[in-house]
Design a binder for this molecule. Structure first.
Ligand code: ATP
Ligand code: MG
Length: 237
């Protein structure tokens, strides 16, 4: 029988190389996950198409549609639909898009965290939750041009891989200093701002949003009242 004291002594006298051998192996990065964040007020076919096509182009296993809890760069300038309702619409958009393969999945990670939504925090949380994954942050060209205004921009510049897709309007270049890959997609000139305005004007939004999202907008009577519209400056952002 080996005395306890001897066992302890031999464990603490191991060389650094021997210690390394006993360190648990790091999980292999086998999954590629897209992180597509937004206010999604409401989600529309531009979001769905972007998520699906970027997944194909970048060989992503999954795209998380991350619903902002408090989109701090927008709140204050317009009325924002409660996060739980925006999440419900994104869940429906993802389910609607599931054929032939489920690629888009809604994520409530920022809603669970509460407070203002920062992509840097979200990436750190997701990396802890899924150690087997690498992440790419999907943005439209309008968002890509403003990465330097994002919270924790230095950390993002050092650590995050972005994928940018062109949106209509003026050609915009990504903020310098960030890792940004481009993906060419057919331009779908649709925005949530346009949808909110169309609803307020009594115009149809069929085909601009997945049908269950249209049904949700009708059921909750979203975007119709002047209270919901009065803060909206009308400029797509
Ligand atoms: P809003 O008009 O209220 O700003 P939005 O249509 O821009 O809404 P957001 O929720 O602000 O939608 O955008 C989330 C992300 O989706 C952003 O990175 C944005 O650039 C991107 N995005 C939105 N619409 C499109 C589109 N039609 N094509 C490509 N990317 C888009
Ligand atoms: Mg926008």
């Amino acid at each position: 029988m080996v005395p306890f004291g001897v066992l302890r002594a031999s464990a603490s006298s191991r060389t650094p190389t021997e210690m390394q051998k006993t360190t648990p192996p790091q999980p292999e990065k086998t999954r590629r996950i897209g992180v597509f964040g937004g206010t999604f007020d409401p989600p529309h076919i531009g979001h769905v198409l972007t998520g699906q096509r970027v997944a194909e182009a970048r060989r992503l296993d999954l795209v998380l549609m991350v619903v902002a809890n408090d989109p701090w760069q927008k709140s204050g300038s317009r009325y924002i639909t409660p996060a739980a309702l925006r999440l419900r619409m994104v869940e429906q958009a993802c389910y609607w898009s599931r054929q032939p393969k489920t690629v888009l999945k809604s994520s409530s990670v920022e809603i669970s965290s509460g407070g203002p939504s920062y992509t840097a925090d979200t990436l750190r949380t997701l990396a802890e939750e899924s150690e087997d994954a690498t992440f790419e942050v999907i943005v439209g060209s309008d968002a890509a041009a403003q990465l330097d205004t994002w919270h924790d921009a230095d950390w993002l510049a050092q650590n995050a891989q972005f994928v940018a897709v062109q949106r209509g309007g003026q050609e915009a270049s990504p903020s310098p200093g960030f890792r940004v890959a481009g993906v060419d997609l057919p331009l779908l000139e649709v925005s949530s701002t346009e949808i909110r305005h169309r609803v307020a004007s009594g115009l149809t939004i069929d085909h601009l949003c997945p049908s269950p999202v249209v049904a949700c907008i009708e059921a909750y009577d979203l975007y119709r009242t002047s209270a919901q519209q009065q803060l909206d400056d009308g400029a797509p952002s």
